[in-house]
Design a binder for this molecule. Sequence first.
Ligand SMILES: [Zn+2]
Length: 799
Amino acid sequence: MGAPPPTRAADRALARPRRRPLAALAALAALLAVGGTVAYDLDTPAPRPADAPADEFSAARAYRTVETIAARPHPAGSPANDQVRAHLEGVLRGLGLETTVQDAVAREAGQLSGAAAGSTLARVRNVVARLPGTDPTGKVFLVAHYDSVQSGPGGNDDAAGTSTILEVARALAAGPRPRNDVVFVLTDAEEACLCGASAFAADHPLAADGGVVLNLEARGSTGPVIMFETSRDNAKLVDVFGRAAPHPVGTSFAVEIYRALPNDTDFTAFLDRAGFVGLNSAYIDGGAVYHTPLDTPAAMDRASLQQHGDNALGLAREFGRADLKALDAGHDATYFPVPGGLARYPGWLVLPLAVAALLAVLALGWLARRRGRTTYGRLAAGFALGLAPIVVAPLGAQLLWAGVTAVRPGYAELLDPYRPTWYRLAVVALAAATLFTWYALTRRRVGPAALAIGGLGWLAVLGIALAVLVPGGAYLTTLPALAGAAAGLTALAVRIDGPWPVLATTLAGAVAVVILLPTVVLLFPALGMAMGGVAALFAVLLGLAALPVVDLLHPEAGGQRGLVAARARRAGALPAVAAGLAAAVFAGVGLAVDRFDAAHPVPTHLMYALDAGTGQARWLSHETDPQPWTAQFVGGAASVADFPGLGDTELRSGPAQAANLPAPKLEVIADSAAASGSGPVEQRTVRVRVTPQRPVRLLTLHVDGATEVESAVVAGRAIPGGRATGAPWGFGIVFHAPPPEGIEVTLVLAGGSRAAALRAMDASDGLDGVPGFRPRPADIGVVGSHSSEMLAVARTYPL
Ligand SMILES: [Zn+2]
């Protein structure tokens, strides 16, 4: 039963409605409506006023706390940090909660990176309050950090989480007691080393049995609150999230992306300990202000705060009454936002679904050939050519951003532009231009059916790859492929010119929009414009999944000859040209709209490093291509090996005048040599006190690289030693928020009485008053980093 060969290109489509313009318009309107619904669903709720009912979360009430917490920068150890802590304690006590301050020296999980071993520690003061349950099955921990970075007041990061917890505590304390204990943990020194959370999880009596952790963060100033990280085997937790959070935005794909990014929050410190499970949520759009002086209360979008609070309160109530002993599902769930809620299915379905999608696409190809809509040769061509837009669109987006940053180099130091919308639209338009160009070039020769099936083939193949490598992300391509194949099979089962093929392919397009549009929308703020190519990739996958609808809209009917064909080809190029133009216009508007000015300053990074022993001073900068303002201070890259406390090997550097500032004082309290065990090798135990001679945020101590440190004790905490490195400085200790009286360090050195050396450094924040420093003009800002405006003073002490 040989199928008749297709005679005209239009016959090779999956749908060929009689009234094509009408069908095209209807399909487009339907997909736009679905897209609008998706966008509306991702929108943040209206902030509730200060007179909202007592059992509700009010962003207006919480915002008052934001203003108190984020009045000024308050890094761990600073007097401003003390004031914030006193306020938090007062509020929690005022609610009638058992409130204590955990005062401890904590060590960061893991070791210092690089060849030289060492440890990062901090003195932390966590504020901990407990609402006792009536019949507890376990504990629910609401966690946020109250410290800020040194370079900004932390109006969002993390006054958002801290104020949310206070308002949730108020609402819970005002209502009936929960069944389970609810513990409010406001951590210190998150920005420094997650040390407050480490101290709580490792040492606090309330943490001894573990529990459910809800960590609240902000890495920007606006946008939906995304539940972006979970503990392992999350299916039951995700189920509670889907049921109890009023605005559940989260995807199992984010968990996978987050694991690949070099970011950490307090949540990590809890997950490092057995017995803790939980969910981590943050809003992340408006990333330009992250960690900068612009992260003020005024910058906060109170709708994002309302969403944080609604979700945290809903989750605290639900986990407050659930049986916390029954939360281990034994498997991870796949989940993603859909209008009105959170879709979810168990992880064991991921691979079977991916295989089913691939089989369905293969069946579609087989049937399409049988029905004469295509040939195996064309199917092969459609599949091979389908790779082109998948590769070209992301590359184009990366090139576009390279071009934009060439025009505006200041973007290199920003997580995202101040006003990124136009650039995001440019990337989407560029992805569309890529898809339309590819379609105009291939449609006539390969045929719409083969191209559509080839595109679905790539989605299905990617679904298999994701199911194996990144299971939480497999739904992104598996489900659109499955829907597309089902629609194609439906279309082939009925008359090609009836309404059903259009309806089926439009429905499949709607599935692709529901699944992939939130991904594109959320990926932009998650990764920033510098990785806009990832969003472009998913935009083009959305286009491929909806190719039969694209075909309805595409002007080229195909099959004509001569003059008509030439005109048709010109018409066929129209969508590509229009989308390409739109991309250029959007990028141009972006450049025109998002100029640097006093309210949106170009970020610059500067530090000052003084060797108090030699009297040598330097300006240093992290900028790879220094801004004109920074270039007044620094020139080429130079080694900073003499400042191991800065944690870098090379920075932009320039000469500076020596400030009259003291290095930390190092006193040897005890120094003894002893034979180690039975062997001839001698050990030397040195006990020193290092004391800052001025108010500082951190203190570092490094041992010369020729000396092996067998073990050490820092402020009473034992830490592992480290081998000799051969570099000038090896084993090191970084201590955040050191007490004014300094810290005591005991070092057990291998190699007996051989001469050794210690390099002590401390660092404060702010460069005003440093000789030669010229304050920034209004339109020059500060890079959001943990070392911006750092003033470091170091000195070498022979042992
Ligand atoms: Zn932060």
